[in-house]
Design a protein around this ligand. Structure first.
Ligand code: NAP
Length: 532
């Protein structure tokens, strides 16, 4: 393996434990949605034996990989980041061809991908991921003595990651799921998304090179091209896989959750699925700057053809002149928006079907300018309905992946609260408020805390900071497990579990919870946080 791969080196092969392997199944090719052209080289889906080989290698690698120190794993993650950064131009070029996403956006995504790998390296060195706790023995306690109890976190085992279509880098082969699982000490088997096979190979090779450079077992990482239903499910049901990370459709995520739950040994699936990200416009903000908010809303809605899990698909406001100003400005901006390519023909078809479904139930406010030649272009759409319309319809709450949104006109704050209380779980909820709206916002906030993973004020949900305080999660169907996040440093917790050592001989106690604290960790000792 070499870390300086380029697009011209693409071989169309899977990477199983450091070995490049040709698939023998159905041919898949990258597809350039802006030119409507298929890309070289051809890739082929793998077979059951490839899933078997990747899982066996991951299981074999697990014991040596989990025994690496935090610093070794941190250097490994930094090695992956360095290798990816070194091929930025090739990655951006290939990902642009395979997705139609603008090069500037993809350059940012390379930075985000390497940034989150480096974030997890810093998390490993900082050490609180160990969750070290010590309750010292109390042999003289009556009526019963207390044993010596020590707790730390250990990795779950090999993790299957399903790359997302809409972030070919930051949520794909070396994305947040892979970075957090590798940081936790879990080998990773990635199912590449068929929409960007070349980008996946480039990144896969960068990871394999880092595995080799770090002297890690080759099974620490594998990259498979396999069909989701069938072999993707076989990956999830392989007994050596202990957890799953997924970003995509509700149907796909639920299929994997069901497969994982039906295993003889059920395992967690962290699926990020569907969210329409409600935006609440309160009266003071609307009265003061309705038109300005309307224009900014369209900027967020149409960015990247609306192909963000945090796209603002629902706007909820009290009927008022301010809402009229918002709607007029949004309609004007949206009508002027040009059609832009969507990621794949299937996603474009789903978008059109979703817009058609909305057309049947809600009033059309505006459409983007007419479709260009490309069969995969997204023509933005804005609809409106009233609170009764939304509350009486399941399909009006369904995610339409792309630049489509629905304005819900409410009679008063109580109706807004009723709408909020009846929403499904969301990744985000946004409030636009002025000082005069704070009391009303305070009434909505306790409802929204139960609905969303992130609550924003006077901003837009598209754009997810990778940091320690971020939550990119939320109640079902936003995710299959609302207790976690797939972005930010807490994502590592998904792939760890606590182990308690009771009265362990000193020579067997892991360093994170050893008496002399050799790793200089913050630890909870007899209830107090201390480094002593
Ligand atoms: P998808 O259809 O859910 O596919 C995502 C991944 O899961 C693919 O690798 C796919 O493999 C696999 N998969 C899908 N169904 C499966 C099943 N039943 N069993 C096993 N594996 C399965 O998502 P997509 O291709 O990215 O986009 C399709 C639609 O998903 C979009 O139109 C949109 O509605 C939604 N989506 C939502 C988000 C979000 O963040 N909320 C992001 C992306 C997409 P195959 O390709 O081999 O089937």
């Amino acid at each position: 393996m070499t870390s300086t791969v380029s697009s011209t080196d693409l071989t169309g092969q899977m990477l199983i434990a450091g070995t490049a392997v040709h698939g023998t199944g159905a041919e898949i090719r990258g597809f350039d949605p802006t030119r409507g052209a298929e890309l070289e080289p051809a890739y082929r889906h793998g077979e059951a034996s490839h899933v078997e080989a990747a899982c066996a290698a991951a299981a074999e690698a697990f014991h040596a990989y989990r025994a690496t120190s935090s610093d070794q794993r941190a250097r490994f993650l930094e090695g992956i980041a360095d290798n990816i950064a070194a091929i930025t131009d090739d990655l951006v070029h290939r990902a642009h061809a395979e997705t139609g996403l603008p090069e500037a956006r993809l350059t940012g995504e390379v930075g985000r991908t390497t940034g989150q790998l480096r974030l997890f390296a810093s998390v490993l060195r900082e050490g609180s991921w160990n969750g070290a706790r010590i309750d010292t023995a109390q042999p003289d306690r009556t009526p019963l003595p207390r044993p010596d109890l020590r707790q730390r976190m250990v990795p779950l085992g090999p993790v299957a990651v399903f790359g997302a279509s809409n972030f070919p880098l930051a949520f794909s082969v070396a994305g947040g799921d892979t970075a957090s699982a590798l940081a936790a000490g879990c080998p990773v088997v990635v199912k590449a998304h068929d929409a960007h096979p070349g980008t996946s190979e480039l990144v896969g090779r960068a990871i394999c090179a880092a595995v080799a450079d770090a002297g890690l077992p080759p099974g620490t990482f594998s990259l498979l091209y396999i069909p989701g239903p069938g072999l993707g499910t076989a990956l999830v049901t392989d007994p050596r896989i202990k957890a799953v990370g997924f970003t995509g459709s509700r149907a796909g995520g639920l299929a994997l959750v069901a497969a994982a739950a039906a295993r003889p040994e059920p395992i967690p699936v962290y699926a990020e699925m569907s969210s329409i990200n409600p935006v609440f416009l309160l009266g003071g903000a609307l009265a003061g700057r309705g038109a300005e908010i309307g224009r900014a809303f369209v900027g967020s809605l149409t960015m990247g053809s609306g192909q963000f899990c945090t796209n603002p698909g629902l706007v909820i406001a009290i009927d008022s002149p301010g809402l009229d100003a918002f709607t007029a400005a949004a309609a004007e901006a949206l009508s002027a928006s040009a059609p832009t390519a969507m990621l794949t023909p299937d996603i474009a078809d789903n978008y059109r079907a979703g817009v058609d479904a909305l057309s049947g139930e809600a009033t059309l406010v505006a459409r983007g300018s007419a479709d260009g030649d490309a069969a995969v272009s997204c023509r933005a759409a804005l609809f409106s309905t009233d609170a009764a319309g939304l509350l009486g319809s399941k399909s009006l709450q369904a995610e339409v992946f792309g630049a489509s949104s629905l304005i819900v006109r409410c009679a008063d704050l109580d109706e807004m609260k009723t709408v909020a209380a009846n929403l499904e779980g969301q990744l985000t909820a946004t409030l636009h408020i002025d000082d005069s709206d704070v009391a009303h916002a305070g009434e909505l906030l306790p409802i929204l805390e139960l609905k969303a993973g992130r609550i924003l004020f006077n901003g837009w949900p598209t754009g997810v900071e990778v940091c320690h305080a971020m939550v990119h999660g939320g109640p079902f169907p936003a995710t299959s497990d609302s207790r976690t996040t797939s972005v930010g440093s807490r994502a590592i917790d998904r792939f760890l579990r606590p182990v308690c050592y009771q009265d362990a001989p000193k020579s067997l106690v892991p360093s994170a919870i050893a008496d002399d604290n050799p790793d200089r960790l913050w630890r909870r000792v007899d209830g107090e946080l201390t480094k002593d």
